[in-house]
Design a protein around this ligand. Structure first.
Ligand code: ATP
Length: 238
């Protein structure tokens, strides 16, 4: 028996002018799952996340808990709790860590207690942010800035978390720290879609990986069945 996915993407396509960047993509993620989207530069990974969020024109269907996010506008997915941590993080450098985190909880409004609860939980995930809450985000290390970006997303109390290459430009150690946190979040029930170029890292965490090439899903990979890097390379060059 397969549980209903929390996010079910069906035949999703998107173009930039005449460039078809996404061609009829089907992917899904359920409770407790972390799925990876792998693929080389330009495969359409970021485009997929932007299309799911309704940030670019697209067609196809995105179902959230069985209901279509039809006529998707920017914001439609976010309102339902589908939250994107974009490539390049999108944090506000001159603002403090705390201010950046609080921005993530804008939908809470004036309920200070709720904001406090969420902050406590984010500081639990990333103790470094608690130590540095007064520091400007722009003066943090790359890894710490990525923690701010993930932390800010968690402040929105997401129902699905999408991440666009959180490891980009980061040292292996801090990358591991961040990916471990994402793994823990997914195990606690949060569905996670992780776009990642570093396939071996993503496959350590993912229950399923989709390989995107030229805008299409060309393979769905069970990480437990990938025995070696050579085998993974076969998928890339098939
Ligand atoms: P990367 O890892 O390099 O970011 P990606 O897999 O995320 O790659 P996308 O950024 O989604 O790939 O790009 C997919 C295709 O769409 C590429 O051919 C890219 O050149 C093109 N593309 C992306 N953004 C735009 C844009 N704003 N205007 C025109 N073409 C675009």
């Amino acid at each position: 028996e397969v549980a209903q996915p929390v996010l079910d993407v069906r035949s999703l396509s998107a173009s930039y002018g005449h460039v078809e960047a996404l061609r009829s993509v089907d992917i899904s993620v359920g409770r407790g799952e972390l799925v990876a989207v792998l693929g080389p530069n330009g495969a359409g990974k970021s485009t997929l996340l932007r299309a799911i969020m309704g940030l670019i024109p697209n067609h196809g269907e995105v179902l959230f808990q069985g209901n279509a996010l039809t006529r998707r506008k920017p914001g439609a997915a976010a309102t339902k709790g589908v939250v994107l941590v974009p490539e390049g993080r999108g944090i506000f450098g001159p603002m403090t860590v705390l201010e950046n985190l609080e921005l993530g909880a804008y939908s809470v409004g004036r309920d200070k207690k709720e904001v406090e609860r969420r902050l406590t939980s984010v500081f639990g995930l990333f103790p470094r942010l608690k130590e540095r809450f007064k520091q400007t985000a722009g003066s943090m290390s790359g890894g710490e800035q990525q923690m701010v970006a993930v932390g800010r997303a968690m402040m929105a109390d997401p129902k699905v978390l999408l991440l666009d290459e959180p490891s980009l430009g980061l040292a292996p150690r801090v990358t591991g720290e961040i990916l471990d946190t994402l793994g823990a979040l997914s195990q606690s029930g949060l569905p996670v879609i992780l776009v990642e170029q570093k396939a071996p890292l993503a496959l350590q965490l993912a229950c399923r990986a989709y390989l995107l090439s030229l805008g299409r899903i060309v393979a769905t990979i069970n990480p437990r069945e990938v025995k070696s890097h050579d085998e993974l390379a076969q998928y890339y060059f098939a």
